[in-house]
Write a protein that binds this ligand. Structure first.
Ligand code: PHE
Length: 338
């Protein structure tokens, strides 16, 4: 075969590929040109008969043909498969494929919902760091220098001035120091205490802080109606709210806030230890000493603050019996949250 004939065969093979109508015809061409007894391998075998002077040019042309044919064949096969695929690859009788789907974690869900409810009352979301200084976490919150909550047995200290915040209340201080009144914020975040873990305690938990300070009178009644509105929105219309006198260094008067137990609706059960109530938050009217620390004039502002336990709310809202379920990420628990 001459070089010219080889080039004619090359062109003819590509024309045949272009004309082939389906996968079967393409396969026949593959066998004809590339198969064990195909034209191209046969040519390779006959190279030794080509005069030595012509061999390099012949070999080059043969290689080019093979490459061109293989590329064209692959392209045409892909086209043929695509044309036939809708019928061949889709079997309507096969069962669907199950795709594992995640859910939003109950702690995140409660935080998002709280922020949305307070947003409707005009509160915006403020932020603060987990690593705090002693001033923001204790001193400015009017905590006495030797208050037991400052003990190394209760608080994670890095050094004499730096700690993991034990509450979200330091965000009150940050917010007031950065903004003149009025302020109306909520702040969800992580808190850290040296608590021994059990069914209702964790060394790392979440709170939502609220702070409302205005230059117009704000009273305990405003605090109560705000938290009552929150309770109804979060837990449903039948929920009861009660305030019990309490003490916090940074509020005066101070209260603890209970919601009626969601399980027994206030009748008394194991979950609420037969009291009919579940403690949800600490709250009160901002103490004048706090205003002094942040540079507000205590005679000119009025305000309340509250701090709610996010896990507490999640546990009663979703009926979660043990706080540890929220952190262990056991798939048997998580998959029930769907
Ligand atoms: N920071 C308090 C706590 O962790 C809760 C609280 C917040 C109380 C705001 C009053 C006002 O217990």
């Amino acid at each position: 075969m001459t070089l010219q004939e080889l080039q004619q065969e090359h062109a003819a093979s590509l024309a045949a590929l272009a004309a082939a109508g389906d996968a079967a015809a393409l396969d026949a061409l593959r066998v004809k040109y590339l198969g064990r007894n195909g034209l191209i391998p046969a040519m390779v075998k006959r190279m030794k008969d080509v005069p030595a002077a012509d061999r390099p040019a012949f070999g080059k042309a043969l290689g080019a043909w093979r490459a061109a044919f293989e590329a064209a064949l692959a392209g045409r096969v892909a086209e043929a498969q695509a044309a036939e695929a809708p019928h061949a690859a889709f079997d309507v009788t096969l069962p669907g494929r199950w795709r594992g789907e995640g859910v939003i974690h109950p702690v995140s869900r409660v935080i998002e919902e709280c922020a949305e409810i307070f947003h409707r009352l005009g509160f915006s979301v403020a932020d603060g760091p987990d690593i705090e200084n002693k001033f923001n976490n204790f001193t400015a919150l009017n905590t006495a220098p030797h208050h037991p909550s400052m003990d190394a047995s209760d608080t994670f200290w890095f050094d004499a001035e730096t700690l993991l915040r034990t509450q979200t209340s330091p965000v009150q201080i940050r917010t007031m120091m950065a903004n003149p009144p009025p302020v109306r914020i909520v702040n969800p975040g992580r808190c850290y205490r040296r608590d021994t873990t059990d069914a209702t305690h964790s060394a790392n938990f979440h709170q939502i802080e609220g702070l409302y300070v205005d230059t117009k009178p704000v009273s305990l009644a405003d605090l109560k109606s705000t938290l009552a509105y929150f309770a109804r929105e979060m837990m449903g219309p039948g929920i009861g709210v009660r305030f019990r006198p309490h003490f916090f260094p940074f509020t005066e008067p101070s209260v603890e806030v209970d919601f009626t137990c969601h399980v027994c609706k206030g009748k008394g059960c194991r979950v609420c230890k037969n009291s009919g109530w579940i403690e949800i938050a600490g709250a009160g009217m901002v103490d004048p000493r706090v205003y002094e620390h942040v540079g507000y004039d205590p005679d000119k502002v009025y305000g309340y603050a509250f701090g709610m336990g996010v896990e507490r709310i999640a546990m009663i809202k979703y009926g979660i019996p043990d706080i540890r379920f929220l952190y262990e990420n056991d798939i048997r628990f998580l998959s029930q949250l769907r």
